[in-house]
Design a protein around this ligand. Structure first.
Ligand code: CP
Length: 348
């Protein structure tokens, strides 16, 4: 694997999930792969989970790890071509990338959407320069449009929880479908957030449905529904073919998994509003996931990628409740990262 950006880069999802379980059984068995190899993790933005889980995954594989926070201690980087560099940016990305690449074997990059231009964000202007000029395998640690390490961890978490559910008949209601119903719901937030997490989650769920992925060892695929207020339609390159239900309560009916996330306007149906919060969040608080919505689900598990703003996205009782999967979901970030790094090491 030379690039990890989209669900297609991981190939067959059943195989990827099997590999994730193999990693879980003994995560240190491939230390020979990473011997004398270095992973460089470059952060243009803050992180807790991605920073720690990816380092841990690389260490599990016997690698050395270098972490660079571009905005803390490195020279400020210019990313635009052709500009006269007479401002506060001392170094251009076009020199910095090959220099950084000379010190490592694999590169992970986190660089969020800037919301200055939809075109620049959706063309992945920053990450594509790393792919083009580094000569190294590049994995996306949340870019302007995708967060595949998160989506892979989410899929692992759904598969594990569904397996526990289908093997325990007492937790399955009579006549229940062996295909889980998974709902992605928009939830309110005071600030404009990127679309990377929902884009990737949708992309991976659509692929799992298309591949009729047997979850929990039974059935084929899943039923997937997206719910959000009008104006927040996700880009069709990710959400094409997914069912959208604008009535949140209707979407939640019979759900087995509820995945909550805020995202700003993707500019699909409202091109002039790209990256904006469309309505004052005070008016949108009935979208906060609470016991009211969870009551119409099939005792659904609650999921969120974290960090989460409590009592904005989800109420305390739901996130602290017995159906919350937010901690195992975060723990699975180590596993998804390890599968990806292992495949990249195997392809060097
Ligand atoms: N979910 C996630 O990527 O968390 P961090 O932003 O803390 O890395």
């Amino acid at each position: 694997m030379k690039i990890f950006q989209h669900v297609q880069d991981i190939g067959d999802l059943g195989q990827a999930l099997a590999e994730a379980q193999e990693v879980k059984r003994d995560r240190f068995q491939w230390q020979y792969l990473g011997r004398n190899k270095t992973a460089l993790l470059i952060f243009f933005n803050n992180s807790l989970r991605t920073r720690l889980s990816t380092q841990k995954a690389a260490l599990n594989l016997g690698m050395n790890v270098i972490v660079l926070d571009v905005n803390h201690g490195a020279w400020k980087l210019e990313t635009e071509h052709g500009v006269i560099m007479d401002g506060d940016k001392s170094e251009h990305l076009l020199e910095a990338i090959p220099v950084m690449a000379s010190y490592c074997d694999l590169i992970g990059v986190r660089s969020f959407a800037r919301f200055e231009s939809r075109e620049d964000d959706y063309e992945e202007k920053i990450l594509n320069q790393f792919i083009r000029y580094s000569g190294r395998p590049v994995f996306f640690m949340e870019s302007a449009t995708v967060h595949p390490l998160q989506a892979f961890a989410d899929l692992i978490t759904i598969e594990e929880a569904w397996e526990r559910r289908v093997v325990s008949p007492e937790t399955m209601s009579p006549g229940a479908s062996p295909r889980p119903k998974v709902v992605l719901t928009w939830a309110p937030h005071p600030k404009a957030l990127p679309q990377a997490v929902p884009n990737s989650f949708v992309e991976w769920m659509v692929a799992a449905a298309a591949q009729s992925l047997p979850l929990g060892g039974v059935g084929g695929g899943l039923d997937f529904v997206i719910t959000h207020p009008e104006g927040y339609e996700l880009d069709p390159q990710f959400a094409g073919g997914a069912h959208v239900e604008y009535d949140q309560m209707k979407a939640f009916e019979g759900a087995d998994f509820v995945y909550a996330k805020n995202w700003s306007c993707p500019g699909v149906t409202r091109p002039g509003d790209y990256g904006k919060v469309l309505d004052d969040y005070h008016k949108m608080m009935d979208w906060t996931v609470s016991a009211r919505q969870m009551a119409v689900t099939n005792d659904a598990h609650f999921m969120h990628c974290l960090p989460v703003r409590r009592n904005m996205i989800v109420t305390d009782d739901v996130i602290e409740g017995p159906r919350s999967l937010v901690i195992p979901e975060a723990a699975n970030r180590e596993i998804s990262a390890q599968v990806v790094l292992k495949r990249m090491l195997e392809s060097l």
